[in-house]
Design a protein around this ligand. Structure first.
Ligand code: AMP
Length: 300
């Protein structure tokens, strides 16, 4: 199978109640591709400026990520995002967002990207998500993610993407904003009526709910006592979920369940350090151990 991911590759400035880091590498595509790379060899579609560190591209290559769809714009500046977390790691404020080279990025996909089995439209403007979707032969599975910014500024384009989506990833805040519904179970059901076959609602340290038309699956999050930087948890969840399905080669209920647990495992590693630091040093055995642990704590 094959997995294509489109999303942001970014510099992030992040402030938590305990620390601040300036211009570290982040981006929805970066986190999700790194997380997926523990299961498969994802292909990425993104754009960076000349200021992007070659060490990060080297890390991605070393992890088996296909960079043919990563454009480097000579003289351009990489996407920049600044966010601040309060005491609740599930709440954050965007302080600054500079699209830079993403402002007018209209990629032409390399031929080897045009018939993916799985396409992940990670968080980026919905018009770019649509542009990528229009260039591929209908994948077996289309997944998407977005954030408050696009729900508030481009709801119509988002709805069009959602209609063509099989799996929609949202956190509790996004699900409520999309549906105007406070009850998460009702919000999940309402979202299912707008296109997707599966809706994955992530609830931070409380785990996640996977809604299908006739099914509901709940998973716990790894019990983590100290969150260093919550950024990228959602992208890592989605990347591992889809990377696992790509490796599994089927979308049976049992595979979906395992994919969700691997999603939770990868997210739990990402938040242990700033940016992509923890994913950069992560070993497959650590993933397996945490998977086994989650299986044990969730068994009745
Ligand atoms: P997550 O914490 O999983 O929601 O994703 C965090 C990542 O999303 C950060 O590394 C940011 O660079 C990226 N990001 C933030 N805002 C946007 C945006 N408007 N479009 C695309 N990516 C964004």
């Amino acid at each position: 199978m094959s997995l294509v991911i489109v999303g942001s590759v970014a510099f992030d400035t992040i402030e938590t109640p305990d620390a601040r880091r300036e211009r570290i590498v982040g981006g929805s595509c970066t986190y999700s591709a790194l997380a997926a790379s523990f299961f498969t060899k994802p292909k990425i579609v993104a754009v960076v400026g000349e200021d992007f560190p070659p060490e990060t591209a080297a890390l991605m290559k070393k992890r088996g990520i296909d960079l043919k769809g990563l454009r480097i714009v000579p003289g351009g500046k990489t996407f920049f995002w600044e966010g601040r977390y309060g005491d609740d790691p599930n709440q954050r404020d965007t302080l600054r967002l500079d699209l830079n080279v993403f402002g007018d990025f209209q990629p032409t996909l390399p031929p080897s990207y045009r018939s993916p089995d799985i396409l992940f439209l990670a968080n980026i403007g919905p018009s770019l998500q649509e542009h990528v979707l229009s260039q591929v032969k209908r994948p077996r599975l289309v997944a998407m993610d977005t954030i408050r910014h696009y729900i508030e500024t481009e709801p119509a384009a988002l709805d069009r993407v959602l209609r063509k989506t099989d799996v929609y990833f949202a956190n509790d805040e996004e699900a409520r904003l999309m549906t105007n519904e406070r009850n998460l179970i009702r919000a999940g059901r309402l979202l299912l009526e707008r296109g997707p076959r599966l809706v994955v609602l992530k609830k931070g340290e409380h785990g996640a709910l996977v809604f299908g038309k006739d099914s509901l699956f709940a998973i716990t999050a790894h019990p983590c006592e100290g969150v260093v930087d919550p950024t990228g948890a959602g992208d890592s969840f989605a990347g591992a979920f889809l990377g696992f399905l790509d490796r599994a080669g089927d979308f049976r209920a049992s595979s979906i369940r395992r994919a969700a647990v691997f999603g939770s495992v990868l997210a739990s590693f990402t938040i242990e350090d700033f940016g992509i630091e923890r994913l950069a040093t992560l070993k497959p055995a650590e993933i397996e151990n945490r998977f086994a642990f989650l299986k044990k704590v969730a068994s009745i």
